[in-house]
Design a protein around this ligand. Structure first.
Ligand SMILES: CC(C)(COP(=O)(O)OP(=O)(O)OC[C@H]1O[C@@H](n2cnc3c(N)ncnc32)[C@H](O)[C@@H]1OP(=O)(O)O)[C@@H](O)C(=O)NCCC(=O)NCCS
Length: 149
């Protein structure tokens, strides 16, 4: 599969919102993404497109000093298990590096083994827990870090 990563644009939002709704129990709204793209100066968002220019995944972070806080990462269910998540994350690390980010962190649901395995394979390590972090089901969040990148 031919994959390209580009900065997320407002025009990508219809496809991003579809993936978001298919991927998370409490999906972000269009306004939440619009705020990130148009107003949040710390936000960096990218999409991955296939050879038909279809958005099949996305990732975002907030840059705070030399730390990058990954806010979301999702791949369209029809395109999972084909290396798209790995492509997106490993290329995004290069983007983070270019912005002088030294360490990356994220939260992941304790039950989300797919994402945890992806993160571990890319060098993230489990550094802590936020108890009952997810309000929809009181699930714990594992805190993971990678760095220096
Ligand atoms: C997590 C997610 C982004 C992975 O995307 P993907 O494109 O399927 O991942 P890849 O195909 O690149 O897989 C990369 C590695 O992750 C691991 N992985 C992916 N899916 C997995 C699964 N279901 N079970 C266990 N490991 C899995 C594997 O180690 C895989 O490497 P391998 O194929 O060499 O074994 C995708 O499942 C997703 O969008 N999930 C819903 C949203 C989500 O949970 N986001 C993360 C929030 S913290």
């Amino acid at each position: 599969m031919q994959l390209t990563m580009t900065p997320m644009a407002v025009e990508d939002l219809e496809e991003v919102l579809e993936i978001e709704a298919l991927s998370f129990p409490t999906p972000w709204s269009r306004n939440a993404f619009l705020y990130e793209l148009l107003e949040n100066e710390r936000a960096v968002y990218c999409v991955v497109k296939n050879s038909f220019a279809k958005v099949i995944g996305y990732i975002g972070m907030w840059v705070v000093f030399d730390e990058g806080h990954i806010t979301n990462l999702a791949v369209h269910p029809s395109y999972r298990h084909q290396g798209v998540g790995k492509f997106l994350l490993s290329n995004f690390i290069k983007t983070a590096k270019a912005k002088n980010v030294k360490h990356l962190t994220l939260e992941v649901r304790r039950s989300n083994i797919a994402a945890q395995t992806l993160y571990q394979n890319i060098g993230f390590v489990h550094m802590g827990v936020r108890r009952k972090y997810y309000l929809d089901n009181n699930e714990d969040a594992l805190i993971m870090w990678k760095g220096p990148i």
